[in-house]
Design a binder for this molecule. Structure first.
Ligand SMILES: *[C@@H]1O[C@H](CO)[C@@H](O)[C@H](O)[C@H]1NC(C)=O
Ligand SMILES: *[C@@H]1O[C@H](CO)[C@@H](O)[C@H](O)[C@H]1NC(C)=O
Length: 283
């Protein structure tokens, strides 16, 4: 009797050991506006029926993200904030695939996720990390001039906080004021505002560089002030006149040279004709 018991204990210990649940990718990124896929697999001989399968996805503090047992999803045992956002791939479940799809991801979804699977063949678990991130949108630029001073402001949204640099064409770092405020309504994204006060006497070209390190995203935008067009509308008119004058001069020059070419060709043609007649007389 004791021997049989030992045997069973040994066997169950052995099967538990061999039953390896695995999250193949440990570091995952959940991108704003896209579903996130949390991969988890377990070994199966295909003999275990669906109603003997238990799949549980949990957060660090045992909060239930998704629960599956008795052959179906169990939304009642799920944490409220994951309601209607999670799904398993039912057709894949018996094939050893307990991957979870998470929709409408947000900053609160960043953290560790534990995947636990049990069936007649054993029990096992593995953990993975999810990091929420959002691509920064095309930044809006506004240029303000006031009492002789000029400032550039770039504004955009993303996640997490981005690194911002302002550079001159020579690669000199310019001091600026950048602030990132987390939006409290809904998305939880950061609104980033970066202000550069410029001295147009020393620099006229600027590069704004934003980096989201989680997504390897870099946005570079250039702003250039030209002395010519800079200033009030009268100056702009002036420079327009100058440009127009140049264009007109070029066109006139072109027309003259075309006319000259035509005259030259005509004269040459008549010269050749005259030459022929002269030859005729000589003969
Ligand atoms: C989930 O979806 C159901 C059905 O569409 C809806 O009645 C329920 O309010 C939703 N729950 C949450 C927390 O969004
Ligand atoms: C599990 O199924 C999903 C959906 O079909 C698929 O994208 C994923 O690659 C599968 N994972 C494994 C480990 O087979």
């Amino acid at each position: 009797m004791a021997l049989i018991l030992t045997c069973i204990l040994f066997l169950s210990a052995f099967t538990t050991d061999a039953f390896e649940v695995m999250a193949p990718r440990k570091q995952n990124i959940a991108v704003y506006g896209e579903p996130a896929f949390l991969e988890c697999s377990y070994p199966t001989s295909g003999d275990s029926p669906l109603n003997q399968l238990v799949v549980t996805w949990q957060r660090e503090d045992n909060e239930v993200v998704h629960s599956f047992y008795y052959g179906s999803d169990q939304p009642d045992s799920q944490s409220q904030r994951y309601r209607n956002r999670t799904s398993l791939y039912l057709s894949q479940l018996l094939k050893g695939n307990a991957s979870l799809r998470l929709d409408r991801v947000g900053p609160q979804d960043t953290g560790e996720y534990l995947c636990t699977v049990s069936n007649l063949e054993g029990t096992g678990k593995d953990v993975l990390h999810l990091q929420f991130a959002a691509y920064y949108k095309e930044p809006r630029v506004s240029i303000k001039t006031h009492a002789g001073s000029t400032s550039l402001l770039y504004e955009t949204e993303g996640y997490p906080e981005a690194q911002v640099q302002w550079l001159t064409p020579q690669g000199r770092d310019l001091p600026h004021r950048t602030e990132a405020l987390q939006q409290t309504n809904g998305s939880g994204l950061y609104t980033l505002k970066s202000l550069l006060v410029v001295d147009l006497n020393s620099d006229t070209d600027f590069a704004f560089i934003l980096q989201n390190n989680v997504l390897n995203q870099t946005i570079t935008r250039f702003v250039s002030f030209s002395q010519d067009g800079y200033g009030d509308s009268e100056n702009n008119c002036d420079s327009l006149w100058k440009r127009l004058t140049i264009v007109l001069t070029v066109i006139t020059a072109l027309l003259l040279s075309v006319a000259g070419l035509i005259c030259y060709l005509r004269r040459k043609k008549s010269d050749i004709g005259g030459g022929g007649r002269t030859d005729g007389r000589t003969l």
